[in-house]
Design a protein around this ligand. Structure first.
Ligand code: URA
Length: 260
């Protein structure tokens, strides 16, 4: 059934009801949906309706992303280019663009998967439970997202800047559209080392999954050393993997110390 509400308003109303304690979606009156007339007239779609097809059929969304990303000469311009990018449906369901946090120019850049609920609300990556664990992990090797000097700072972003509905995995098309922005993001932030958190970022950047096997194995992407690691959300679900994450953090620390 078509709704008169746009995506953002519907989502905000739903979030408000959940905050009030609603746990079920039940209407006041029962609806027999089998009774609805089959030939009911279709609701007219205005060209400006928010649910219109996002991609004009003659435009390749990946090519549009590549051109927009290449045009961005600094991080502010890249954030603006992402904000103006209209070809990814995820944007329509998200509250905020989640661009990055931390210090651009830090020696270490972390690439996560996608914003979750907390990140979507606050417009910052890794601020929920997984983010708090990430901060504690980094602190163990002397790194902080709010450090002033690039030696002790990190810069953090995600493959996707918009929250996928119900935190589902991004589709290959969504990853393909965002990849030019991610590559440009890395180039503009200019880290020495890239840390890939979890399968989605490994899939996007290295074209490989299987984090249990590839974690801790240094590789290269976009001309920089890359360290794949378990995602902190995965560590919250499987705490027995924390010892591997600890080994990887020590490997990262050793590499940073070697180059100072
Ligand atoms: N998980 C991610 O991969 N990124 C976030 O920003 C939050 C959770």
């Amino acid at each position: 059934m078509e709704s008169a509400l746009d995506h953002h308003t519907a989502l905000a109303l739903l979030a408000w009801q959940i905050e009030l304690g609603a746990t079920e979606a039940i209407g006041d009156m029962p609806v027999n949906r089998f009774d609805l007339p089959r030939d009911a007239p279709k609701a007219a779609r205005s060209p400006a309706a928010p649910h219109r097809a996002a991609v004009p059929p003659d435009k390749d969304p990946v090519a549009v992303a590549r051109a927009a990303a290449a045009d961005a000469q600094d991080l502010a311009a890249l954030a603006a280019a992402l904000d103006a990018y209209e070809h990814c449906e995820l944007k329509r369901g998200a509250r905020n663009l989640v661009f990055a946090d931390g210090r651009p120019g830090a020696r270490v850049m972390i690439l996560g998967e996608a914003p979750g609920r907390d990140e979507d609300m606050r417009g910052k990556p890794f601020v929920g439970r997984a983010g708090q664990l990430l901060d504690r992990m980094l602190a163990e090797i002397g790194l902080r997202r709010d450090a002033d000097d690039p030696e002790h700072a990190v810069y953090i972003t995600n493959i996707l800047p918009w929250r996928p509905p119900q935190n589902r995995d991004p589709t290959p098309q969504e990853i393909a559209m965002m990849l030019p922005f991610v590559e440009r993001h890395v180039a503009l932030a200019a880290p020495e080392i890239l840390v890939l958190m979890g399968n989605i970022s490994c899939q996007a950047v290295l074209g490989r999954r299987g984090i249990t096997k590839i974690r801790g194995n240094w590789t290269e992407a976009w001309g920089r050393p890359v360290l794949p690691m378990f995602h902190p959300a995965g560590l919250l679900r499987n705490p027995h993997n924390k010892r591997f994450a600890w080994a990887d953090l020590l490997a990262l620390q050793a590499r940073l110390e070697k180059k100072t």
